[in-house]
Design a protein around this ligand. Structure first.
Ligand code: FPP
Length: 233
């Protein structure tokens, strides 16, 4: 969700205002995703590297996250949204951690849309953490080299049992992943959108979905093989 800061600066407003507008777009896009029967949505709200930003901006983002969690809790419960935070939780201020835990607990029976909020997240650090868990099991004699298979590694990532990413959208014209779901998105279709996140609309989501639909995902096969596998026997 890139471009909040630039959106605000372009209008001579404080960066925090861009993040506030960005949070409104989060609400709209989450509803739009659910209305389009998308089952899993992961939003990159705050990267591990973002801790290096000015304290004032970090605090504004943490306040905004709290406000988002508090103000959206009831509607998430009612709309069947299951919220889960992914990222290094120990770094979060206590107030964010407590709210996140509360909303996670109160929405954990929901299954209309699984919404992952990546906060203090970095994919490489997540992989390190997953590896440490596996090594700890190996040290206890509970894991052999042959047990370390793709599925086990995927389970140990913060995204747990979330399916692989199909479509990854980055806004603001930047064309990089910035540590977002590097393992989970390794076969994802990438769509880069020139608009800043606060200007992103449900029509942009539809355009990205159309683009996704128009692509042929070959997963290493040839186009001919795919056509054969899809033609009636
Ligand atoms: C990155 O680019 C974006 C962020 C660090 C914050 C994203 C946060 C939100 C969209 C709102 C809060 C989230 C929730 C879930 C309530 P940038 O905005 O700093 O943009 P820039 O590259 O233009 O400076």
């Amino acid at each position: 969700m890139d471009g909040n800061g630039r959106w605000a600066e372009q209008q001579g407003l404080p960066r925090a205002v861009g993040h506030e507008k960005g949070a409104e777009v989060v609400r709209a896009v989450t509803r739009a995703a659910k209305a389009r029967s998308i089952k899993h949505l992961t939003l990159f709200a705050f990267s591990s590297l973002n801790w290096g930003r000015p304290t004032q901006e970090v605090n504004a983002l943490m306040d905004l996250l709290c406000h988002f969690l508090e103000s959206q809790e009831q509607s998430m419960i009612e709309e069947g949204i299951c919220l889960r935070g992914i990222g290094e939780r120990s770094f979060l201020p206590q107030r964010v951690k407590s709210l996140l835990e509360r909303v996670e607990e109160n929405t954990n029976q929901n299954n209309e849309l699984f919404l992952n909020l990546a906060i203090s997240y970095d994919g490489r650090r997540d992989l390190v953490k997953a590896t440490q868990q596996l090594v700890a099991l190996a040290c206890q004699g509970l894991l052999l080299p042959a047990d370390v298979q793709e599925e086990l590694i995927m389970q140990k990532l913060a995204t747990g049992n979330t399916p692989d990413v199909d479509l990854l959208i980055r806004t603001s014209g930047e064309q990089r992943l910035s540590g977002f779901l590097p393992i989970e998105a390794c076969y994802a279709e990438l769509v880069f959108i020139d608009k800043l996140w606060p200007d992103f609309t449900s029509q942009d989501l539809d355009r990205a979905l159309d683009e996704f639909e128009s692509r042929q995902r070959r997963f290493g096969l040839t186009g001919h093989q795919l056509e054969l596998s899809m033609s009636p026997a």
